[in-house]
Design a protein around this ligand. Sequence first.
Ligand code: CMC
Length: 432
Amino acid sequence: MADKKITIKDGQSDNEIDLPVLDSILGPDVVDIRSLEKNLGYLSHDPGFIATSSCESKITFIDGNEGKLWYRGYPIEELAKKSNFLETAYLLLNDKLPNKTELQSFSSDISNGYYVDESVKKIIKVFNKDSHPMAIMSACLSYLSAKYHNEINIQDIEYRYKSTINLISGVPIISAWILNFINGKDFTKPNKSLSIAGNFINMAFSNLNDDQKKLSSRAMDVIFLLHADHEQNASTSTVRLSGSSETSPYAAIAAGISTLWGPTHGGANEAVINMLEEIKNSDKDVEYYIDQAKDKENPFRLMGFGHRIYKNYDPRAKIIQEIAHEYLQKLDSSNPNKPLFDIAMELEKYALEDEYFVSRKLYPNVDFYSGIVLKAIGIPQCMYTVIFALARTVGWVAHWNEMIEDKNFRIGRPRQLYTGKDKTSYKDIEER
Ligand code: CMC
Protein backbone atom coordinates (compact mmCIF):
# COMPACT_ATOMS: atom_id res chain seq x y z
CA MET A 1 0.00 0.00 0.00
CA ALA A 2 1.31 3.46 -0.88
CA ASP A 3 2.44 5.60 2.05
CA LYS A 4 -0.44 7.67 3.39
CA LYS A 5 -0.29 11.41 2.76
CA ILE A 6 -2.37 14.55 2.83
CA THR A 7 -2.06 17.08 0.04
CA ILE A 8 -2.33 20.73 0.92
CA LYS A 9 -2.91 23.37 -1.70
CA ASP A 10 -2.13 27.02 -1.02
CA GLY A 11 -5.09 29.03 -2.37
CA GLN A 12 -2.87 32.12 -2.80
CA SER A 13 0.00 30.70 -4.81
CA ASP A 14 -1.49 27.42 -6.10
CA ASN A 15 1.59 25.64 -4.65
CA GLU A 16 0.85 22.14 -3.46
CA ILE A 17 2.69 19.89 -1.03
CA ASP A 18 2.27 16.36 0.28
CA LEU A 19 2.45 15.87 4.02
CA PRO A 20 3.15 12.34 5.26
CA VAL A 21 0.52 10.72 7.50
CA LEU A 22 2.02 8.77 10.41
CA ASP A 23 0.25 5.60 11.49
CA SER A 24 -1.08 5.45 15.03
CA ILE A 25 -1.48 1.95 16.45
CA LEU A 26 -4.74 3.21 18.00
CA GLY A 27 -6.51 6.56 17.75
CA PRO A 28 -6.37 9.04 14.87
CA ASP A 29 -3.38 8.96 12.49
CA VAL A 30 -1.18 12.04 12.62
CA VAL A 31 -0.18 14.46 9.86
CA ASP A 32 3.55 15.23 9.97
CA ILE A 33 3.69 18.98 9.30
CA ARG A 34 7.41 19.47 9.89
CA SER A 35 8.02 20.38 6.23
CA LEU A 36 5.13 22.89 6.13
CA GLU A 37 7.16 26.04 6.74
CA LYS A 38 10.10 24.98 4.56
CA ASN A 39 7.95 24.00 1.56
CA LEU A 40 4.92 26.29 1.84
CA GLY A 41 6.05 29.08 4.19
CA TYR A 42 3.34 28.51 6.81
CA LEU A 43 3.18 27.46 10.45
CA SER A 44 0.31 25.55 12.05
CA HIS A 45 -1.73 27.22 14.80
CA ASP A 46 -3.34 25.24 17.64
CA PRO A 47 -3.59 27.05 21.00
CA GLY A 48 -4.34 24.61 23.79
CA PHE A 49 -3.02 21.72 21.64
CA ILE A 50 -6.56 20.67 20.68
CA ALA A 51 -5.46 18.80 17.54
CA THR A 52 -1.70 18.57 17.96
CA SER A 53 0.36 15.52 18.81
CA SER A 54 3.43 16.82 20.65
CA CYS A 55 5.41 13.56 20.68
CA GLU A 56 5.43 9.89 19.89
CA SER A 57 4.59 7.78 22.94
CA LYS A 58 4.07 4.11 23.77
CA ILE A 59 3.05 4.60 27.41
CA THR A 60 -0.69 5.32 27.77
CA PHE A 61 -3.68 5.17 25.45
CA ILE A 62 -6.97 6.97 26.11
CA ASP A 63 -10.18 6.78 24.10
CA GLY A 64 -12.55 9.25 25.72
CA ASN A 65 -15.59 8.31 23.64
CA GLU A 66 -15.25 4.65 24.52
CA GLY A 67 -14.14 5.32 28.10
CA LYS A 68 -10.83 3.48 27.65
CA LEU A 69 -7.61 4.04 29.59
CA TRP A 70 -4.76 1.60 28.98
CA TYR A 71 -1.25 1.61 30.46
CA ARG A 72 1.17 -0.06 28.00
CA GLY A 73 -1.82 -1.83 26.43
CA TYR A 74 -3.29 -3.11 29.72
CA PRO A 75 -6.80 -1.82 30.56
CA ILE A 76 -6.81 0.17 33.80
CA GLU A 77 -9.68 -1.97 35.16
CA GLU A 78 -7.55 -5.10 34.92
CA LEU A 79 -4.53 -3.46 36.50
CA ALA A 80 -6.61 -2.03 39.37
CA LYS A 81 -8.05 -5.48 40.07
CA LYS A 82 -4.99 -7.69 39.59
CA SER A 83 -1.89 -5.53 39.93
CA ASN A 84 -0.65 -2.90 42.40
CA PHE A 85 1.06 0.48 42.25
CA LEU A 86 4.61 -0.89 42.39
CA GLU A 87 4.13 -3.45 39.62
CA THR A 88 2.23 -0.87 37.54
CA ALA A 89 5.11 1.59 38.00
CA TYR A 90 7.49 -1.08 36.63
CA LEU A 91 5.10 -1.63 33.70
CA LEU A 92 4.88 2.08 32.87
CA LEU A 93 8.66 2.43 32.99
CA ASN A 94 9.62 -0.77 31.19
CA ASP A 95 6.84 -1.53 28.69
CA LYS A 96 6.33 -5.01 30.19
CA LEU A 97 5.09 -6.65 33.36
CA PRO A 98 8.01 -7.81 35.52
CA ASN A 99 8.76 -11.47 36.24
CA LYS A 100 9.33 -12.42 39.89
CA THR A 101 13.07 -11.65 39.91
CA GLU A 102 12.59 -8.31 38.15
CA LEU A 103 9.82 -7.32 40.55
CA GLN A 104 11.90 -8.28 43.61
CA SER A 105 14.87 -6.29 42.37
CA PHE A 106 12.71 -3.24 41.51
CA SER A 107 10.94 -3.48 44.85
CA SER A 108 14.19 -3.58 46.81
CA ASP A 109 15.62 -0.63 44.80
CA ILE A 110 12.45 1.34 45.63
CA SER A 111 12.43 0.54 49.36
CA ASN A 112 16.17 1.26 49.63
CA GLY A 113 15.33 4.69 48.25
CA TYR A 114 12.88 5.46 51.09
CA TYR A 115 15.64 7.26 52.97
CA VAL A 116 15.51 10.85 51.77
CA ASP A 117 18.17 13.44 52.68
CA GLU A 118 17.35 14.70 56.19
CA SER A 119 17.93 18.31 55.06
CA VAL A 120 14.59 18.11 53.25
CA LYS A 121 12.98 18.33 56.70
CA LYS A 122 14.72 21.69 57.22
CA ILE A 123 13.28 22.92 53.91
CA ILE A 124 9.78 21.87 55.01
CA LYS A 125 10.18 23.61 58.38
CA VAL A 126 11.00 26.93 56.68
CA PHE A 127 7.35 27.17 55.61
CA ASN A 128 4.36 28.28 57.66
CA LYS A 129 2.03 25.45 58.68
CA ASP A 130 -0.76 26.93 56.57
CA SER A 131 1.40 27.19 53.41
CA HIS A 132 -0.04 25.25 50.50
CA PRO A 133 1.62 21.79 50.52
CA MET A 134 2.18 21.92 46.74
CA ALA A 135 4.48 24.93 47.24
CA ILE A 136 6.38 22.99 49.94
CA MET A 137 6.60 19.95 47.67
CA SER A 138 7.97 21.97 44.80
CA ALA A 139 10.61 23.54 47.09
CA CYS A 140 11.69 20.07 48.29
CA LEU A 141 12.17 18.94 44.70
CA SER A 142 14.18 22.10 43.97
CA TYR A 143 16.38 21.23 46.95
CA LEU A 144 16.98 17.76 45.48
CA SER A 145 17.83 19.28 42.10
CA ALA A 146 20.59 21.29 43.85
CA LYS A 147 21.79 18.24 45.79
CA TYR A 148 22.18 16.12 42.64
CA HIS A 149 23.17 18.96 40.30
CA ASN A 150 26.77 17.84 39.73
CA GLU A 151 25.66 14.37 38.68
CA ILE A 152 23.44 15.43 35.75
CA ASN A 153 24.12 13.13 32.80
CA ILE A 154 20.79 12.47 31.16
CA GLN A 155 22.18 10.30 28.35
CA ASP A 156 23.63 7.88 30.91
CA ILE A 157 21.17 5.08 31.53
CA GLU A 158 22.50 4.46 35.06
CA TYR A 159 22.03 8.13 35.98
CA ARG A 160 18.49 7.98 34.65
CA TYR A 161 17.71 4.80 36.57
CA LYS A 162 19.10 6.25 39.82
CA SER A 163 17.08 9.47 39.39
CA THR A 164 13.95 7.46 38.50
CA ILE A 165 14.24 5.37 41.68
CA ASN A 166 15.10 8.39 43.85
CA LEU A 167 11.99 10.18 42.61
CA ILE A 168 9.50 7.29 42.80
CA SER A 169 10.61 6.27 46.29
CA GLY A 170 11.53 9.71 47.63
CA VAL A 171 8.46 11.77 46.65
CA PRO A 172 6.10 9.65 48.85
CA ILE A 173 8.41 10.13 51.86
CA ILE A 174 8.54 13.87 51.24
CA SER A 175 4.73 13.89 50.91
CA ALA A 176 4.31 12.07 54.23
CA TRP A 177 6.69 14.52 55.93
CA ILE A 178 4.72 17.46 54.52
CA LEU A 179 1.56 15.90 55.95
CA ASN A 180 3.28 15.37 59.34
CA PHE A 181 4.33 19.02 59.28
CA ILE A 182 0.97 20.57 58.42
CA ASN A 183 -0.67 18.34 61.04
CA GLY A 184 1.79 19.74 63.60
CA LYS A 185 3.32 16.29 64.23
CA ASP A 186 6.95 15.10 64.44
CA PHE A 187 8.44 13.74 61.25
CA THR A 188 7.83 9.98 61.10
CA LYS A 189 10.22 7.31 59.83
CA PRO A 190 9.76 5.19 56.70
CA ASN A 191 9.51 1.41 57.00
CA LYS A 192 11.35 -0.48 54.26
CA SER A 193 9.19 -3.58 54.60
CA LEU A 194 6.03 -1.73 53.47
CA SER A 195 4.72 -0.93 50.00
CA ILE A 196 4.75 2.68 48.79
CA ALA A 197 1.09 3.15 49.78
CA GLY A 198 1.44 1.12 53.02
CA ASN A 199 4.48 3.11 54.05
CA PHE A 200 2.75 6.41 53.24
CA ILE A 201 -0.27 5.47 55.37
CA ASN A 202 2.00 4.23 58.17
CA MET A 203 3.99 7.49 58.18
CA ALA A 204 0.88 9.66 57.86
CA PHE A 205 -1.39 7.86 60.37
CA SER A 206 0.82 6.09 62.90
CA ASN A 207 -2.13 6.07 65.36
CA LEU A 208 -4.39 3.78 63.26
CA ASN A 209 -4.80 0.10 64.16
CA ASP A 210 -3.53 -2.57 61.76
CA ASP A 211 -6.94 -3.24 60.16
CA GLN A 212 -7.54 0.45 59.49
CA LYS A 213 -4.04 0.80 58.05
CA LYS A 214 -4.65 -2.19 55.79
CA LEU A 215 -7.96 -0.81 54.48
CA SER A 216 -6.51 2.66 53.89
CA SER A 217 -3.32 1.29 52.31
CA ARG A 218 -5.29 -0.78 49.79
CA ALA A 219 -7.51 2.21 48.89
CA MET A 220 -4.45 4.46 48.62
CA ASP A 221 -2.62 1.93 46.45
CA VAL A 222 -5.53 1.93 43.98
CA ILE A 223 -5.72 5.76 44.02
CA PHE A 224 -1.96 5.88 43.23
CA LEU A 225 -2.37 3.32 40.44
CA LEU A 226 -5.32 5.18 38.87
CA HIS A 227 -3.44 8.49 38.88
CA ALA A 228 -0.06 7.14 37.75
CA ASP A 229 -0.37 8.34 34.16
CA HIS A 230 -2.83 10.03 31.78
CA GLU A 231 -0.77 10.56 28.59
CA GLN A 232 0.08 14.12 27.42
CA ASN A 233 -1.84 16.18 30.03
CA ALA A 234 -0.64 19.65 31.07
CA SER A 235 1.77 18.56 33.83
CA THR A 236 3.26 15.66 31.84
CA SER A 237 3.73 17.95 28.84
CA THR A 238 5.40 20.44 31.21
CA VAL A 239 7.81 17.77 32.49
CA ARG A 240 8.63 16.84 28.90
CA LEU A 241 9.15 20.45 27.81
CA SER A 242 11.19 21.33 30.88
CA GLY A 243 13.22 18.11 30.63
CA SER A 244 13.85 18.74 26.91
CA SER A 245 16.28 21.52 27.87
CA GLU A 246 18.36 18.76 29.54
CA THR A 247 17.73 20.23 32.96
CA SER A 248 17.83 18.06 36.10
CA PRO A 249 14.94 15.56 36.31
CA TYR A 250 14.22 16.85 39.85
CA ALA A 251 13.79 20.37 38.42
CA ALA A 252 11.57 19.04 35.62
CA ILE A 253 9.38 17.24 38.19
CA ALA A 254 9.20 20.46 40.25
CA ALA A 255 7.85 22.16 37.09
CA GLY A 256 5.27 19.35 36.72
CA ILE A 257 4.20 19.84 40.34
CA SER A 258 3.61 23.55 39.72
CA THR A 259 1.44 22.78 36.70
CA LEU A 260 -0.57 20.08 38.45
CA TRP A 261 -1.34 22.47 41.30
CA GLY A 262 -3.88 24.47 39.24
CA PRO A 263 -7.61 23.96 39.92
CA THR A 264 -8.35 22.94 36.33
CA HIS A 265 -5.83 20.12 36.51
CA GLY A 266 -5.04 18.46 39.84
CA GLY A 267 -7.13 20.62 42.13
CA ALA A 268 -10.62 19.37 41.17
CA ASN A 269 -11.02 16.80 43.96
CA GLU A 270 -10.45 19.57 46.50
CA ALA A 271 -13.27 21.51 44.80
CA VAL A 272 -15.61 18.51 45.22
CA ILE A 273 -15.21 18.50 49.00
CA ASN A 274 -15.62 22.29 49.13
CA MET A 275 -18.92 21.93 47.26
CA LEU A 276 -20.12 19.13 49.55
CA GLU A 277 -19.23 21.25 52.60
CA GLU A 278 -21.13 24.18 51.11
CA ILE A 279 -24.23 22.03 50.56
CA LYS A 280 -23.96 20.54 54.05
CA ASN A 281 -23.69 23.96 55.70
CA SER A 282 -26.53 25.56 53.74
CA ASP A 283 -30.24 25.34 54.55
CA LYS A 284 -30.98 24.20 50.96
CA ASP A 285 -31.36 20.57 49.91
CA VAL A 286 -29.48 18.63 47.22
CA GLU A 287 -32.27 19.13 44.68
CA TYR A 288 -31.80 22.89 44.96
CA TYR A 289 -28.13 22.52 43.93
CA ILE A 290 -29.02 20.15 41.10
CA ASP A 291 -31.43 22.80 39.79
CA GLN A 292 -28.73 25.47 40.07
CA ALA A 293 -26.32 23.30 38.04
CA LYS A 294 -28.97 22.83 35.34
CA ASP A 295 -29.83 26.53 35.15
CA LYS A 296 -28.08 28.06 32.09
CA GLU A 297 -28.20 31.53 33.70
CA ASN A 298 -26.29 30.25 36.73
CA PRO A 299 -22.51 29.64 36.51
CA PHE A 300 -22.69 26.98 39.27
CA ARG A 301 -21.55 23.55 38.12
CA LEU A 302 -21.58 20.28 39.98
CA MET A 303 -17.94 19.69 40.86
CA GLY A 304 -16.78 16.18 40.08
CA PHE A 305 -19.19 15.71 37.18
CA GLY A 306 -18.31 15.74 33.47
CA HIS A 307 -14.93 15.43 31.76
CA ARG A 308 -13.23 17.07 28.78
CA ILE A 309 -11.91 13.80 27.37
CA TYR A 310 -14.25 11.12 28.71
CA LYS A 311 -17.65 11.55 27.09
CA ASN A 312 -18.49 8.11 28.39
CA TYR A 313 -17.91 6.92 31.97
CA ASP A 314 -14.34 7.70 33.12
CA PRO A 315 -13.02 4.14 33.68
CA ARG A 316 -11.09 5.32 36.75
CA ALA A 317 -14.31 6.64 38.29
CA LYS A 318 -15.97 3.21 38.07
CA ILE A 319 -13.09 1.59 39.95
CA ILE A 320 -12.84 4.18 42.67
CA GLN A 321 -16.64 4.35 43.01
CA GLU A 322 -16.55 0.77 44.35
CA ILE A 323 -13.88 1.69 46.88
CA ALA A 324 -15.81 4.79 47.94
CA HIS A 325 -19.01 2.77 48.45
CA GLU A 326 -17.11 0.08 50.38
CA TYR A 327 -15.55 2.74 52.60
CA LEU A 328 -18.78 4.60 53.20
CA GLN A 329 -20.69 1.44 54.11
CA LYS A 330 -18.18 0.82 56.90
CA LEU A 331 -18.78 4.25 58.47
CA ASP A 332 -21.03 4.32 61.48
CA SER A 333 -23.50 7.14 62.05
CA SER A 334 -21.26 8.79 64.67
CA ASN A 335 -18.57 9.54 62.05
CA PRO A 336 -18.39 13.35 61.64
CA ASN A 337 -18.05 12.97 57.87
CA LYS A 338 -21.20 10.86 57.51
CA PRO A 339 -23.51 13.80 56.57
CA LEU A 340 -21.03 14.92 53.91
CA PHE A 341 -20.85 11.47 52.34
CA ASP A 342 -24.64 11.11 52.45
CA ILE A 343 -24.86 14.29 50.37
CA ALA A 344 -22.31 12.87 47.92
CA MET A 345 -24.35 9.68 47.49
CA GLU A 346 -27.56 11.68 47.03
CA LEU A 347 -25.90 13.85 44.37
CA GLU A 348 -24.58 10.77 42.61
CA LYS A 349 -28.06 9.22 42.57
CA TYR A 350 -29.73 12.37 41.24
CA ALA A 351 -27.14 12.94 38.55
CA LEU A 352 -27.21 9.35 37.32
CA GLU A 353 -31.01 9.48 36.92
CA ASP A 354 -31.66 13.10 35.91
CA GLU A 355 -32.35 13.68 32.20
CA TYR A 356 -30.08 16.80 32.10
CA PHE A 357 -27.01 14.83 33.26
CA VAL A 358 -27.87 11.60 31.43
CA SER A 359 -28.42 13.29 28.03
CA ARG A 360 -25.14 15.26 28.33
CA LYS A 361 -23.21 12.20 29.53
CA LEU A 362 -22.18 14.04 32.68
CA TYR A 363 -21.06 11.14 34.81
CA PRO A 364 -19.28 11.47 38.14
CA ASN A 365 -15.55 11.67 37.34
CA VAL A 366 -12.50 10.27 39.15
CA ASP A 367 -12.17 13.44 41.24
CA PHE A 368 -15.67 13.07 42.67
CA TYR A 369 -14.80 9.73 44.23
CA SER A 370 -11.11 10.31 44.98
CA GLY A 371 -12.06 13.42 46.99
CA ILE A 372 -14.54 11.33 48.99
CA VAL A 373 -12.13 8.43 49.59
CA LEU A 374 -9.26 10.72 50.58
CA LYS A 375 -11.57 12.53 53.00
CA ALA A 376 -12.68 9.16 54.44
CA ILE A 377 -9.04 8.08 54.88
CA GLY A 378 -8.44 11.32 56.80
CA ILE A 379 -6.20 13.19 54.35
CA PRO A 380 -6.61 16.97 54.75
CA GLN A 381 -8.07 18.64 51.65
CA CYS A 382 -5.00 20.75 50.94
CA MET A 383 -3.00 17.50 50.54
CA TYR A 384 -5.16 16.00 47.77
CA THR A 385 -3.09 17.44 44.94
CA VAL A 386 0.09 16.27 46.68
CA ILE A 387 -1.30 12.71 46.63
CA PHE A 388 -2.02 13.16 42.93
CA ALA A 389 1.55 14.45 42.33
CA LEU A 390 3.03 11.56 44.31
CA ALA A 391 1.24 9.06 42.06
CA ARG A 392 1.83 10.99 38.83
CA THR A 393 5.59 11.14 39.51
CA VAL A 394 5.71 7.62 38.03
CA GLY A 395 4.10 8.81 34.78
CA TRP A 396 6.27 11.93 34.69
CA VAL A 397 9.52 9.96 34.97
CA ALA A 398 8.30 7.35 32.47
CA HIS A 399 7.66 10.15 29.95
CA TRP A 400 10.96 11.86 30.76
CA ASN A 401 12.86 8.61 30.08
CA GLU A 402 10.88 7.92 26.91
CA MET A 403 11.55 11.43 25.62
CA ILE A 404 15.32 11.16 26.14
CA GLU A 405 15.43 7.75 24.42
CA ASP A 406 13.46 9.09 21.43
CA LYS A 407 15.57 9.34 18.25
CA ASN A 408 13.88 12.71 17.57
CA PHE A 409 14.80 14.10 21.01
CA ARG A 410 15.54 17.82 20.86
CA ILE A 411 14.61 20.88 22.91
CA GLY A 412 10.89 21.74 22.66
CA ARG A 413 10.39 25.16 21.15
CA PRO A 414 6.83 26.12 20.14
CA ARG A 415 6.34 28.78 17.49
CA GLN A 416 3.77 31.58 17.49
CA LEU A 417 1.29 33.63 15.51
CA TYR A 418 2.68 37.12 16.05
CA THR A 419 -0.05 39.76 16.20
CA GLY A 420 1.93 42.56 17.82
CA LYS A 421 3.23 45.80 16.29
CA ASP A 422 5.31 45.95 13.13
CA LYS A 423 8.70 47.68 13.39
CA THR A 424 8.28 50.82 15.52
CA SER A 425 10.79 53.61 16.11
CA TYR A 426 11.75 54.51 19.65
CA LYS A 427 10.50 57.95 20.77
CA ASP A 428 12.15 59.98 23.50
CA ILE A 429 10.00 60.25 26.60
CA GLU A 430 9.15 63.93 25.99
CA GLU A 431 7.71 63.05 22.57
CA ARG A 432 5.31 60.30 23.76
N1 CMC B 1 -22.50 20.62 36.03
C1 CMC B 1 -23.53 21.05 35.28
N2 CMC B 1 -23.51 21.12 33.94
C2 CMC B 1 -22.39 20.73 33.32
C3 CMC B 1 -21.28 20.27 34.03
C4 CMC B 1 -21.36 20.21 35.44
N3 CMC B 1 -20.32 19.76 36.16
N4 CMC B 1 -20.28 19.96 33.17
C5 CMC B 1 -20.76 20.21 31.96
N5 CMC B 1 -22.04 20.68 32.02
C6 CMC B 1 -22.94 21.00 30.89
C7 CMC B 1 -22.53 22.28 30.21
O1 CMC B 1 -23.19 23.39 30.77
C8 CMC B 1 -22.96 22.00 28.79
O2 CMC B 1 -24.36 22.14 28.71
P1 CMC B 1 -25.05 22.63 27.33
O3 CMC B 1 -24.69 21.60 26.30
O4 CMC B 1 -26.51 22.71 27.64
O5 CMC B 1 -24.45 23.98 27.02
C9 CMC B 1 -22.66 20.50 28.61
O6 CMC B 1 -22.75 19.95 29.93
C10 CMC B 1 -21.30 20.20 28.02
O7 CMC B 1 -20.32 20.84 28.84
P2 CMC B 1 -18.95 21.46 28.32
O8 CMC B 1 -18.63 22.65 29.16
O9 CMC B 1 -18.99 21.61 26.86
O10 CMC B 1 -17.95 20.31 28.67
P3 CMC B 1 -16.40 20.48 28.72
O11 CMC B 1 -15.84 19.25 28.11
O12 CMC B 1 -15.97 21.77 28.14
O13 CMC B 1 -16.11 20.57 30.27
C11 CMC B 1 -15.43 20.00 32.45
C12 CMC B 1 -15.57 19.53 30.99
C13 CMC B 1 -14.74 18.88 33.23
C14 CMC B 1 -14.54 21.25 32.51
C15 CMC B 1 -16.84 20.28 33.02
O14 CMC B 1 -17.63 19.13 32.91
C16 CMC B 1 -16.80 20.78 34.46
O15 CMC B 1 -16.61 21.97 34.68
N6 CMC B 1 -16.95 19.86 35.46
C17 CMC B 1 -16.88 20.23 36.85
C18 CMC B 1 -15.43 20.38 37.30
C19 CMC B 1 -14.71 19.05 37.43
O16 CMC B 1 -15.21 18.09 38.02
N7 CMC B 1 -13.47 18.97 36.89
C20 CMC B 1 -12.65 17.77 36.94
C21 CMC B 1 -12.55 17.10 35.63
S1 CMC B 1 -11.56 15.63 35.66
C22 CMC B 1 -9.94 16.20 35.68
C23 CMC B 1 -8.95 15.09 35.53
O17 CMC B 1 -9.11 14.15 34.75
O18 CMC B 1 -7.93 15.16 36.21
